[in-house]
Design a binder for this molecule. Sequence first.
Ligand SMILES: [Cu+2]
Length: 235
Amino acid sequence: MKRIFSSFAIAFFSGSALFAADITGAITFKGTPPAEVALSGMEDNADCIAMHEKTPTTHHYMVGSKGEFANVTVYLTGVDGKSTGAGAPPVIVDQKGCLYTPQLVAIQTGQKLIVKNSDPCPHNVHLISHNKNFTDKNDAQFAGGGDLNYTFDKPELFITAQCDIHPWMFAWISVFDHPYFSISDKDGRFTIKNVPPGKYTIVAEHRKAGKQTLEIEVKDTGATADFAFGTPAAK
Ligand SMILES: [Cu+2]
């Protein structure tokens, strides 16, 4: 019996090198981030301001009380050509209260992006590639109108989505040609799932705070990668 068990154990553990594992990490921001500002122009728009108790602000730096840094895009490099986007569930962005929710998303090449309008007013979705990967897309979307669907062929960080009717409305879409990316949550935590064992360069990038890079090795048990951002005075 013992021998049978050991044979099984050897087979199991030697086979585990083929398994994929997760990369997890925590992202912090040290110091005080720049102050956010009230969204300019919304107070002059009766439809939009009526949906808020007070004028919303920008949310460039989403930092928790202990420095937990949310909305940082984390991704592996050197793994292009592995997109599973065509079979992945769509990513959904809603327009609600004349704001994009969520305001920052990441998606694979070939994966569907669905933009909804939950507002009682019209919007238009104006997508801008800063690398000229596509010519601007600009689609009107009326109240109660159907969803808009998009896919992207080429990877690019922080494609801009803006509404030309409501000039404070912005969202950013990052496109990857692989599934190995994540966005940090309100606790500053991220998980990149199902990464095959190996050595990788992992990047944490924030639209305002810049980017940081680490070399990591993913083993059968996974890997961790923590990043600390901050204002220059706090370093
Ligand atoms: Cu709008």
